[in-house]
Design a protein around this ligand. Structure first.
Ligand code: NAP
Ligand code: GDD
Length: 337
């Protein structure tokens, strides 16, 4: 009896929140996991590869730049993946207003380069594109489904619409098994500190530890459909296991305001957010996406995917993790939250 050779997966953006969870998930499934990283990450692993700490010795990292087709081509030729998950992107919406040009360049060209390299080298490789609910932007309907029209409100959103259309076009023009996930916001203790959920939960921990007295936030009334990243990466994998490529919304079907996230986070630590949160008009965006709420019924029916981790459990996990890291114990302070 010969063992089946392992399926090879290539992940761009493997150092990020989703990339690290996906790599762990695929390793558990027996995949040989390859990741695309920036050259500086390999030179400075202690700072830039922290989310991969538990699995560094079990994955193969390749240096390449999203700005260079030649480097992406070389990695795809080396890894010869059966499945390719394209997660790398300038993913912070707010920053896309400060640097529109690099956001568009990295996000659109990077997607195009990877699609073209896969088509040219391993055309049977299955491809996943990390689309976003930001593509709906000023959404015309609630909840948003795969059929809701796109109305992006930032160059980030525009770059994701372009990536989505490139992925669809490679599927239709070249017969590639290329799918897009339209993922709504998903968070975890591995979320970047610049995003509002992690800014809040790490802020709570800093306040409890006595290192900070306030937390400055922008639009508290924005509403998001927040799920847990660990569950969302499973949706990505399920999309690539289908006979036919397609596009899917992944969401919880529940929306909450930023204010509510802050209220719950502070309450979990026994604090009242109103004593600490300072509204800061400088943190408002030039164009805001006020409300996102996803309908993931297609993913439920076709992929058998649905979320299990709810809003309150997500908040608690993130506050607890940040408090542990700050050396404080939230439950000592906790009220009934
Ligand atoms: P993240 O934590 O910000 O990770 C982004 C990844 O992209 C990192 O590995 C980063 O590498 C890499 N990257 C960024 N710019 C790059 C460049 N110019 N060249 C090479 N690599 C670059 O994002 P995430 O939350 O895991 O999200 C993964 C993907 O899903 C992104 O495409 C994001 O836009 C999309 N998405 C996310 C959500 C969400 O709520 N999390 C929802 C919908 C869609 P470094 O570590 O070197 O910076
Ligand atoms: N970051 C941040 N910082 N956001 C704030 C703040 C603040 O101090 N105060 C209020 N907000 C509001 C933002 O205006 C926005 O309406 C909401 O909080 C969420 O902001 P982010 O957490 O930065 O996420 P995002 O929704 O803009 O984008 C995330 O989700 C998208 C999917 O909908 C990112 O992960 C994107 O990459 C992803 O595509």
């Amino acid at each position: 009896m010969f063992a089946m050779p392992a399926q090879r997966a290539l992940i761009s953006g493997i150092t990020g929140q989703d990339g690290s969870y996906l790599a762990e998930f695929l390793l558990e499934k027996g995949y040989e996991v390859h990741g695309i990283v920036r050259r500086v990450a390999i030179e400075d692993p202690e700072h830039r590869l922290t989310r991969l700490d538990g699995i560094r010795s079990r994955i193969k990292l390749h240096a390449a730049s999203l700005e260079s087709y030649a480097s992406i081509h070389q990695v795809v030729a080396r890894a010869e993946p059966h499945e390719c998950y394209h997660l790398a992107a300038q993913s912070f919406v707010s920053y896309s207003f400060d640097d529109e040009f690099s956001t568009l360049n990295a996000n659109i060209n990077g997607t195009h380069y990877l699609l073209a390299a896969v088509k040219n080298i391993v055309p049977r490789c299955r491809f996943y594109f990390a689309g976003s609910s930001e593509m709906f932007g000023k959404a015309e309907e609630v909840p948003q489904t795969e059929r809701t029209r796109f109305h992006p409100r930032s160059t980030y959103g525009i770059s994701k619409v372009a990536g989505f259309e490139l992925t669809r076009n490679y599927r239709e023009a070249y017969g590639m098994h290329a799918s897009s996930g339209i993922l709504f916001n998903h968070e975890s203790p591995r979320r970047g500190y610049e995003f509002v959920t992690r800014k809040i939960t790490s802020g709570v921990a800093r306040i409890l530890a006595g290192r900070s007295k306030e937390l400055r936030l922008g639009n508290l009334d924005a509403q998001r459909d927040w799920g847990h990243a660990r569950e969302y990466v499973q949706g990505m994998w399920l999309m690539l296991q289908q006979d036919e490529p397609d596009d899917y919304v992944i969401a919880t079907g529940e929306t909450h305001t930023v204010r509510e996230f802050a209220e719950k986070s502070f309450a979990h630590a026994g604090l009242d957010y109103r004593d600490y949160v300072v509204p800061d008009p400088d943190l408002f965006r030039p164009a805001e996406v006020n409300m996102l709420l996803g309908d993931a019924n297609k993913a439920k029916a076709k992929l058998g995917w649905s979320h299990r981790i709810g809003f309150e459990a997500l908040v608690r996990e993130m506050v607890d993790a940040d408090c542990r890291a700050a050396g404080v114990e939230p439950r000592v302070h906790a009220s009934a939250s």
